[in-house]
Each structure stands twice: as C-alpha cells, then as structure tokens.
Design a protein around this ligand. Structure first.
Ligand code: NDP
Length: 468
C-alpha cells in the first residue's frame, strides 16, 4: 500500500512513521522543504519513505491509486493544498483531510471534489503526538469506497480498543467524520473543565497539596468508574517539578482554545441540542482569558457563606469523586445526543455504539465509561438495558446527594463550579416532572400572541391576558 503524507508537522510526521511501521510506502511532502530533509535525517531509516519537493514530484512517486493524507492547519491551508494537488490527480484518487477541519468545510470540499470524481475522506484524529505515532483513534467519514481501500492500513495504524478491535471505523458519509471529532473535542473540553473544578475544590477548600492531589487522581485512574487517560495525565502533572517548584504552580491560569469546543456549542445551538456542560467549559476558558475584566473584578465585594461546613478530608474527596463521576456521564451523554440529532437530520445513519467503541483507546477522552456507553448505544437491547441500568444505578443514593453538596460548597465558598453545576442542573431539568416553561409560554403569548399548548386539551390557544 502507498500513502502520501502532506504536512510533516507534529501529527503528520508521526502518522507517516506509523504508516511506514505498518508496511506502507510513504511519500512525503512538506511546504517548507527543510522539514522534509530533517524528517529523512531523523527517521528515514525507519521504513520506506520517498521525500519529494513539489506536488508534481510527489504525485508522480505513486505507482498505484493515490491515497494522500493532508495533515496541515485547518482552514485556508487545506484549500490551498487541495487546489495545488488537484491538477495532478486522476479519477478515484483519494484525498484525506486528517486535520481538525470544520465539518461544513469538509462537506463543501467533498462536493467540489466529487465533480472531479476525486474521492474525499474527512477524518478526525485524536490522540495527540504520541497517539499519532503509536496508535490514534481515527474517525473517517466520506466516500465509503475510499474507506474500503484505506481500511486495512488505517486499522493497522489505529490504537487497540481493548476488546480485540481497533479504534477506527467508517463513520458515515459527508462531513460526519469531522462532526464526530468535533463533538469528541467538545466532550474533551467538558471533562477537562470538570477535572479543573475538582482540583480547585480539593486544593482550596479541601487543603490537599500537589502530592495529595496526585494520589487522588491515581486512585481515580485505578477505579472502575473513573479510569481515564485524563485522570492518568493529571496525576502525573501534579508531581512534575522544576528544581524545587511544582510546574503546575508556575503555569498562568488563562486557558487557550483552537475552536473545536466553540464549534461544538455552535453546532449544538444549530441542531437544538442542550450541551450545558460543554458550553460551560467553553465559557470558563473564555472567562479565564478575560484578564482585564478579572483584574477589575478583584475589587468587587465577595460574601461567602462560611456557615457551610467543609467535610473532612476523606469524606470530601469521596464527594468530589461522586460529582466528577455523575457530571462526566452527563457530559458524554450531551455529546452523544448532539451526534444522534445531527445524524438524523443529515441522514448519516451513524452508529453511536461504534463511535463509543473507537473512543475506548487512543483518544484523549478514552475512559472506562465508554464501554458502558458502547453497550448502552448497542443495537442489542439486552446489553443496552444492562448498561443503562449500570449507569442509572450510579445516580442512586448517596452519590447524587454528594454531587449536590459539592456544587453547593463551591457556590457557598466562591469557588466557581460552572461545569459541575451545569451537569447537575442538566440532570435536574431532564428528571423533573414539570418544568416552569409553562410560564415562559404564557409570557410569550402575552407579549407576542405566540399561542401555547395546554395539558387539558389538544390544539393551539391564545388568551387575552389584559382582559378580566
Ligand atoms: P503543526 O503546526 O505541527 O504542522 C502544521 C503543518 O501544516 C506543517 O507541516 C505546515 O507546513 C503545514 N502548513 C500550514 N499551512 C500550510 C499551507 N498553507 N500550505 C501547505 N502546508 C501548510 O500542526 P499539527 O501537526 O499539530 O496539526 C495538523 C492538523 O492536525 C491540524 O488541523 C490540527 O488541528 C490537527 N490535529 C492536531 C493534533 C495535535 O495534538 N497537535 C491532534 C489532532 C488533530 P510548514 O512546515 O511549511 O509550516
């Protein structure tokens, strides 16, 4: 099998090496040729690589059907590369965009390339630098025929799912692969924010030091419920030192973002799906970066409710763990609900169970919860019911009470808990028998004659609210 790789940055270089390790002849091109030279000097002996300095040389290096993976910055760069390559491509050649492109750009590019009979795959890739080299989770969408051709190589390159399979599957048509990757990143934002809030509470209310915090995250990662890649790396972060200082304490508290979280909240609004935990995580990053506003607000009066007792060490850490567990289930649930709605509206026919399966390894949001979600979204209703029961059981009894207490403590003591509280109110809104939106409907009808539906009879009704 031959694979072309364009863009030898962090991801492209590692994916090229991964493909070569899986027996592919890998044809290389990078806009800045020195990077290609450096690649060959560092890794050229690892496998069969063909370095090229122009698109013409690059495309001529193929002996069979061309399959080209583009690993360049999302946006204009992808369009530029496509534009430069197209004159050298033939019918049925395959272009794969492995970057974090917006799914609507993928749909646009797929439509334009279809007219030229060039096949296109929009493939979300998760796992970062290390995953790209040793096994990422890959979410390819687009031409099914192209996937049939690429499938064996991608399967070889992907991470193991832990149950005998690999973390890649054909997602669906059009931009569905990039849509699923976008939502993956939205869930990633939510989980990272939830962990950050737990850290804030444990450190500033619970009094845990960095070694204690690390030990908590090690325990989470060793537990059946909270085992996850993010818990694993968080445990390591707390013990990393630079001379006598912990690195975590030297890092500025303004988080960056590249846009996939924002895109998820935008898509959720467009598709009419509530994703409050993801929204809260995006807002929290924006607020953390609003340095001028934060500096000004330092003089605002803050009145804490110091009558709210903080539980003792072990009790407190167990309550936080309950909050993290139940909030995470809500975050994943919101992401899957968004994928499901987009799938129905676009006729993508996505298999949610398969999506949960390919997230079980390689990717940033891999966690033990995904095995339950795989079963819960499975077509086999026996397993699905069992998995749902397992997850619902986690909301019973003390765990849910502890979740409420954790949110309450944050609010009482001026520790912001936007994602923990968004998950809790999401759960409460879903489970409450009757919501107060009857009043909203009455108000809308009052000022705009928007009419309302009733619970005692069918139809659409309007009331003259000002007449007695
Ligand atoms: P890097 O910044 O390491 O590399 C970017 C690459 O894009 C370079 O090879 C660069 O070439 C090339 N490039 C940029 N603009 C152009 C252009 N106009 N024409 C041709 N080539 C261009 O990025 P990453 O490898 O980290 O990311 C690549 C893609 O993968 C992005 O879409 C990113 O969002 C996505 N991604 C990244 C992950 C990560 O953990 N880093 C994880 C998952 C996805 P040059 O050397 O000439 O500048």
């Amino acid at each position: 099998m031959e694979l072309g790789v364009i863009g030898l940055g962090t991801m492209g270089a590692n994916l090229a090496r991964n493909a070569a390790r899986n027996g592919a002849k890998v044809i290389l091109y990078n806009r800045t040729p020195e990077k290609t030279d450096l690649f060959m000097k560092s890794y050229g002996k690892e496998g069969s690589f063909v370095p090229c300095k122009s698109f013409e040389e690059f495309t001529k290096a193929f002996e069979s059907r061309k399959a080209i993976l583009m690993m360049v910055d999302a946006g204009e760069a992808v369009d530029k590369v496509v534009e430069g390559l197209v004159p050298f491509l033939r019918e049925n050649d395959i272009l794969i965009d492995g970057g974090n492109s917006h799914y609507s750009d993928t749909e646009r590019r797929a439509a334009a390339l279809r007219e030229k009979k060039i096949q296109f795959i929009g493939m979300g890739i998760s796992g970062g630098e290390e995953g790209a080299l040793n096994g990422p989770s890959m979410m390819p969408g687009g031409d099914a025929d192209a996937y049939a051709y690429l499938g064996p190589l991608l399967t070889g390159m992907a991470a193991s799912d832990g149950i005998g399979g690999k973390c890649v599957t054909y997602i669906g048509p059009g931009g569905s692969g990039h849509f699923v990757k976008m939502v993956h990143n939205g869930i990633e934002y939510a989980l990272m924010q939830l962990i950050a809030e737990c850290y804030d509470l444990l450190k500033n209310l619970g009094g845990f030091d960095n070694e204690g915090l690390s030990e908590i995250f090690v325990a989470w990662n060793e537990s059946d419920e909270l085992h996850s890649y993010l818990a694993e790396i968080t445990a390591k972060i707390f013990t990393k030192k630079e001379k006598d200082n912990y690195v975590i304490d030297l890092i500025a508290d303004a988080a960056g973002q590249k846009g996939t979280g924002k895109w998820t909240t935008q898509a959720a609004l467009e598709y009419g799906v509530a994703v409050p935990t993801i929204n809260a995580a995006v807002d929290a990053r924006i607020l953390s970066g609003s340095l001028a506003e934060r500096a000004e607000a330092k003089s605002f009066p803050v009145m804490v409710d110091d009558t709210e007792p903080i539980p003792r060490h072990m009790k407190f850490r167990s309550s936080i763990r309950s909050g993290m567990d139940l909030s995470s289930i809500c975050a994943y649930g919101q992401g899957f609900a968004l994928i499901e709605k987009a799938s129905i509206e676009n006729g993508w026919k996505l298999n949610l169970s398969e999506i949960a399966r390919i997230w079980r390894g390689g990717c940033i949001i891999r966690s033990s919860l995904l095995s339950h979600l795989q079963d819960a979204y499975s077509l086999d209703s026996g397993i699905a019911k069992a998995a749902n029961r397992v997850l619902l059981d986690r909301f019973r009894g003390d765990k849910q009470k502890e979740w409420r207490q954790v949110v309450e403590l944050g609010i009482s003591w001026n520790v912001p808990v936007p994602a923990l509280s968004a998950s809790l109110t999401y759960f409460d809104a879903l489970t409450r028998g009757r919501l107060p939106q009857n009043l909203i409907q009455a108000q809308r009808d009052f000022f705009g004659s928007h009419s309302y539906e009733r619970i005692d009879k069918k139809g659409s009704f309007h009331t003259e609210w000002n007449t007695q």
